[in-house]
Structure formats: C-alpha cells, structure tokens
Design a protein around this ligand. Structure first.
Ligand code: NAD
Length: 360
C-alpha cells in the first residue's frame, strides 16, 4: 500500500495512524485541508474488510468534509477519523479515551464529532483527553446529536428539488429512504409530517419496524428499495450506492439524501445528469449536521452558549447555495456534483495562505 500514490490521498495535507495496544484502538485520522480553519469531521466506527478499506474510507470522507464545510461556508477545513472495529467486540470507554489522546496529539488541527457507529456518549470519554471533540451533550455550548439538523437540511433540500422538478409540495410525494438510522429516522418523521408517503429499508429489520410504527412507512427488503415506485430516492445509509446499474432501476427523477459519498464514481454522476435526473450533491444537502457541530466549536472558542439562530442562518444559506448549484447545472448543462465541487474548491483556494514560520 502506498499512501502518497493513492488517488484518495491526492490533495491531503496529512494522514495519521494511531494504535493503542491496551484498549485495542486502531484508528486513522485524515486531514484533507486546514485552509479555512481546523479540519473537522466525524469519527466513524465500522468493521472494515481490511486496513486498506479503512484508509480509503478515511481519505475519501475527509476530502468530502473539506468540500462540505466550504459549501456550508463555515470556518473549518476537512478531516475525518475512522476506528477499525473488531467484529463482535463491544465499544469500551477505554477505546474512546485512547481515541481522545489520538485527537489531542494533533494539537487542534482536527476536531472530531459523531459519525456512523459513534454516539455523543462515546465521545464524552474522548473529551477527558482532548477539548477537540464536538457534538457533545450536557454543557451550554453542546450541540448534541447532529442528526436532527442534518435531517432538517435534507428535508428542505428534498422539498426544493420536488418544487423544481414536480412543481409540487410534499403532500402525496413518495420518498424511498435507504437506511433507518439516525438521519433516516429523523428524516422519515419530518417527511411524514409534511404529508409525504414513505418507503423504507434497512439491513437492520427491527429499525425499520420501529420507524414504520412511528411514520406509517412501508417496509421493503434492502435490495428492493431501488425498484419501488418513488418520486425521490433518499440514500441515508452508506456511500457508493449510486451506480449506473442502480440508476437503471430507479423510477423517480430526484436523488437527495444524507449519506456521504453517494456516487460510486464520476460516471454515475454524469449518467444521472444525462438521464435528466436531479441530484442534490450529498456534501451540500447533508451539511446541516456539520453546521451544528461548527456552532458548538464556535461557542466553545468564544466561551458562549450554543446559538441556534446562527445554525438556522447557516442552514438557510446552505439551501440557497443548493438552489444556485441546481440553477447553474441547468444553465451550464453540467452535473450538479461537478458544480458543487467547483464551488467548494474555489472557496478553499481563496482561503489558502502561504505558511508563516513560527519565529523562534
Ligand atoms: P446510522 O448508523 O445511525 O444509520 C445508518 C443506517 O444504515 C443503519 O441503520 C444501518 O443498518 C443502515 N444500513 C447500512 N447499510 C445498509 C444497506 N446496504 N441497506 C440499507 N440500510 C443499510 O448513521 P447516520 O448517522 O444515520 O448516517 C447515515 C449516513 O449519513 C452516513 O453515510 C453518514 O456518513 C451520513 N451523514 C450523517 C450525518 C449525521 O448527522 N449523523 C451527517 C452527514 C452525513
């Protein structure tokens, strides 16, 4: 394995590996860019097939965080951490304490928050060793679980796409949600209250049963979600789900959901555009959660309480940016994800400053 020659590493500032023998922690922290501020991005805990898969995931996700944070116009760069979970091994406080020491070792170049497999209570253990964790609970600056704000942004983004494509509000619109976890769960509840019809799936059957009981959603098997008669497909599980083959199966014209790195490759993004489908780029529509985390970091740095009005202002502005990207896609006849990457790269480029020696 070569890090420097790996395509996923391109553009990264740094990549770190940490091991703690006592707790069993094996984690990677990727720092893509600190041009706009300290790198920030969630910590994912997952059973990876092998080390390379974990490395690639950290690198791909940290690059996406740089783009997401730039598009959300928050003063943070992009980074991501992944913890390699052992199959069947329970999460332990010691493991998350060791993770806290790893984050602290970076001296503030990276702020961690929750992602798949990690909860605020896990990160509370990390907080004993570093102040560079956000998404916590129980103090005035705490922002808690970012998922409800992520879901709120996606709800508004879906409504925007539906208005543009179907000239309709959400009443009676069918949304197929893949993943009934944190984001998928909050999103389903919000869309149900907007009058949408829901079809849901998850590899965790019980999660779908519980969510269906709360929202009236119809449950389908994981592989059937691509074939249902839905206006909107909302990926809210893991990445890489949108392939050309999946596009052949989808009946609706809108793809808008919370999962990170939804496109399996650029060809899938191009194919979506060529078929006249509307794609809300993942790192644009799912930026609500990191805005919430940024509000906590901002409050901690200023020794203030969390400011929900700032969060609302940033989420509203993000929806305007999404609309601008959709407009440009039509005007310039280019896929939305290409335009979104261009917007992000322009903002990151504008923030880059030459390094200054510390002067000792
Ligand atoms: P989560 O772990 O709570 O939920 C993910 C769900 O997807 C789980 O219930 C899991 O069983 C299910 N799943 C996994 N593979 C599946 C498959 N093949 N088919 C159907 N279901 C499958 O995670 P989450 O916090 O809800 O995050 C979901 C996605 O959104 C992730 O890609 C995450 O990176 C992204 N995201 C989350 C946030 C946030 O605020 N939590 C913010 C931005 C992006």
């Amino acid at each position: 394995m070569s890090v420097f020659e790996s395509l996923a590493f391109a553009g990264h500032e740094a990549f770190h590996a940490f091991h703690d023998a006592e707790s069993g922690l094996k984690c990677f922290i990727a720092v893509h860019s600190t041009a706009r501020g300290p790198a920030a991005g969630g910590c994912r805990m997952w059973v990876y097939e092998n080390e390379q898969a974990a490395i690639d995931d950290a690198l791909r996700l940290s690059r996406a965080m740089s783009f997401k944070n730039a598009v959300a116009d928050i003063d943070l760069g992009g980074g991501k951490s992944v913890i390699m979970a052992e199959p069947g091994a329970p999460k332990s406080p010691a493991l998350f304490e060791a993770f806290g020491r790893a984050v602290e070792a970076l001296g503030g170049r990276y702020w961690a928050a929750e992602d798949v497999g990690v909860s605020p209570s896990d990160l509370a253990h990390s907080r004993r060793w570093t102040r560079y964790v956000a998404g916590l609970e129980g103090h005035p600056a705490a922002s808690g679980d970012p998922s409800p704000v992520t879901a709120e942004g996606i709800r508004r983004g879906i409504a925007l796409c539906v208005r543009r494509v179907l000239c309709s509000d959400m009443q009676g619109v069918t949304v197929a949600i893949q993943g009934a976890g944190h984001v998928g769960g909050y999103l389903a509840a919000k869309l149900a209250s907007d009058g949408a019809r829901l079809v849901i799936t998850d590899i965790n059957r019980q999660a779908t049963v519980d969510l269906a009981a709360r929202t009236g959603a119809r449950i389908v098997a994981p592989d059937e979600i691509f074939d249902v008669d839905a206006d909107v497909f909302a990926p809210c599980a893991l990445g890489g789900v949108i392939t050309v083959d999946v596009l052949d199966r989808l009946k609706g014209r809108i793809i808008a959901g919370g999962a990170n790195n939804q496109l399996a490759d650029d060809a899938a993004g191009r194919a979506m555009f060529d078929r006249g489908m509307t794609y809300a780029p993942d790192f644009v529509i799912n930026g609500g959660g990191i805005i919430n985390v940024a509000a906590e970091i901002r409050a901690l740095e200023r020794a203030e309480a969390l400011d929900p009005a700032w969060v609302e202002m940033k989420v509203s502005r993000l929806m305007q940016t999404l609309e601008e990207i959709l407009d440009r896609s039509v005007a310039e006849r280019r896929p939305t994800h290409e335009i979104a990457i261009e917007v992000a790269k322009t903002r990151i480029g504008a923030a880059k400053k030459p390094p200054v020696p510390p002067g000792f």
